[in-house]
Design a protein around this ligand. Structure first.
Ligand code: DOR
Ligand code: ZN
Length: 347
């Protein structure tokens, strides 16, 4: 087996970078692997206007280590009050590629999200007209829906009518977790795609409870049963360009995860590409990693494919147990695990 794997430099099409000290601590982990990232807008307060998105972009750029090139691409956070004019402005910016639909109450910092899809129909009209991508957190939020069924319920109740009502709107169903999501995307036209995280390719819901409650494996949508993981792995390694890399790396301070009401999010950035390589290797599909990680997302978003390369070396290494952050600690996904591919630092 080859000991070296060279790939076109990948992009991360779904990333949380936070702000202030945490931003400064986490940006270098993404910048050393990825050429570009689509940065999620769920700050507090949320990033709802182009001015806020471009100012946030400058704060991210200021946190990139010198000598590294990293291009953050931005998203707007949709609310019930989003103005269609903000969509028109966003579509004119080369740095704002999408707007994010958080159903209110679905996940971390989604309180300001959309309470009923009808409220944003004029905004979706503008997005469809101007070609701005709709990124979707696809979970039904009604308390009566079982937490493990929320994605499937969202697809049936909200997403299916939405794509019928807006037949040319570009949509990315983010961080998919179920066979139902895979089938929905497979059976949709080419302008409907999905991102897949490393945790949903590598783990099933048993991992959350293995030997006790493991908060650092808790994210939303929550890990599902093994049959769903298998469906995701098959989709990711199929060579179908509708499925591409989006880590959903979502750092939280250790005390906020290890708490009586721990928050959702897995901080995968310290080992993201290596974790995907692990999953693809187990599926016998390392030759398909470049398409998934480096080509299909760029093609979908209509940006040039990267020409630089990154190199993974077959070498055991241990994911750090903890990452220090300005007096706090963030625990990475797969902390302490031994991985068999290691990203070679450039330069
Ligand atoms: O687990 C998650 N964490 N899912 C999300 O949708 C949001 C994210 C976060 O911002 O922490
Ligand atoms: Zn996310």
């Amino acid at each position: 087996m080859s000991a070296i794997l060279t790939l076109p430099q990948p992009d991360d099409w779904h990333l949380h970078l936070r702000d202030a000290e945490l931003l400064n601590s986490v940006v270098p982990f993404s910048a050393r692997q990825f050429s570009r990232a689509l940065v999620m807008p769920n700050l507090q307060p949320p990033v709802t206007t182009c001015e806020q998105a471009l100012a946030y972009r400058q704060r991210i750029l200021a946190a990139v280590p010198s000598g590294q090139a990293f291009n953050p691409l931005m998203t707007l956070y949709l609310t019930d009050r989003t103005n269609p004019l903000d969509i028109t402005h966003a579509a004119l910016s080369e740095f704002i590629l999408a707007a994010k639909l958080y159903p209110a109450g679905a996940t971390t910092h989604s309180e300001a999200g959309v309470t009923a899809i009808e409220r944003i129909e004029p905004v979706l009209d503008a997005m469809q007209e101007h070609g701005l991508v709709l990124c979707v957190h696809g979970e039904a939020t009604h308390a009566s829906v079982d937490v493990f069924d929320r994605e499937a319920a969202f697809i049936e109740q909200i997403l299916t009518p939405l794509v019928q009502r807006f037949p040319t709107l570009k949509v990315v169903l983010e961080h998919i977790t179920t066979r139902e999501a895979v089938e929905f995307v497979e059976n949709s036209p080419a302008h409907i795609a999905a991102t897949i995280t490393p945790q949903h390719l590598l783990y099933n819901r048993n991992t959350l409870f293995q030997g006790g409650l493991r908060p650092h494996y808790y994210c939303l949508p929550v890990l599902k049963r093994e049959t769903h993981r298998q469906a995701l792995l098959t989709a990711a390694t199929s060579g179908n360009p509708k499925f591409f890399l989006g880590t959903d790396s979502a750092p939280h301070r250790r005390q906020d995860k290890e708490s009586a009401c721990g928050c959702a999010g897995c901080f995968s950035a310290p080992a993201a590409l290596e974790l995907y390589a692990e999953a693809f290797e187990h599926a016998g599909a390392l030759d398909r990693l470049a398409g998934f990680a480096s080509h299909y997302g760029a093609d979908f978003y209509g940006v040039a494919r990267n020409t630089a390369t990154v190199t993974l070396v077959r070498e055991n290494w241990q994911v750090p147990e903890a990452i220090p952050c300005n007096g706090d600690t963030v625990i990475p996904l797969a902390a302490g695990d031994t991985l068999s591919w290691r990203l070679r630092d450039s330069g």
